[in-house]
Write a protein that binds this ligand. Structure first.
Ligand code: HEC
Length: 95
C-alpha cells in the first residue's frame, strides 16, 4: 500500500511543474498580446500566429542572444529564461 502511495505521489510530482509552466506561459503571453494582436492590422508589429513553436522559440532566442536585429524584442526577450521562452513559444503557437 505504501508503495502505491509513493508511486502515485511520484506521478503527481512529475506533472505539477508542467501545470505550473502552462500557467506561467499563459500569463506571460498576455503581455505579448498587448502589442501583438493577430488581426494583421497593425503594420509595425508582426502577428504571432504565423510561426511554428520551433520557429518562434528560435526567433526569441535569437532576439535574446543578439543574433537578430530588433528595436524592442531584444530587450524583452532578455527578461525571460530560455525555458520560459520555449514554454511561451509552445503556448502561443497552439492558440
Ligand atoms: C512593446 C510591444 C511588444 C511586446 C510587449 C512584445 N513584442 Fe514581440 N515584437 C514587437 C516588435 C516591434 C517586433 C518587431 C521586432 C522589433 O523591432 O523588436 C516584435 C517581434 C516579435 C517576434 C518576431 C515575429 C516575426 O514574425 O518575425 C516574435 C516571435 C515576438 N515578437 C514574440 C513576442 C513575445 C513571445 C512576447 C512576449 C514575451 C512579445 N513579443 C512581446 C513588439 C512587442
Amino acid at each position: 500500500m505504501r508503495l502505491v502511495f509513493f508511486v502515485a505521489m511520484l506521478f503527481v510530482s512529475l506533472f505539477v511543474p508542467v501545470i505550473g509552466a502552462e500557467l506561467d506561459a499563459a500569463s506571460i503571453a498576455l503581455n505579448c498580446l498587448t502589442c501583438h494582436n493577430d488581426t494583421g492590422k497593425t503594420s509595425a508589429i508582426p502577428p504571432l500566429n504565423k510561426l511554428s513553436a520551433l520557429q518562434m522559440q528560435q526567433t526569441l532566442l535569437d532576439f535574446k542572444y543578439d543574433k537578430k536585429p530588433a528595436t524592442l524584442m531584444r530587450r524583452l526577450a532578455k527578461g525571460y529564461s530560455d525555458a520560459e521562452l520555449a514554454a511561451l513559444a509552445e503556448y502561443l503557437s497552439r492558440r
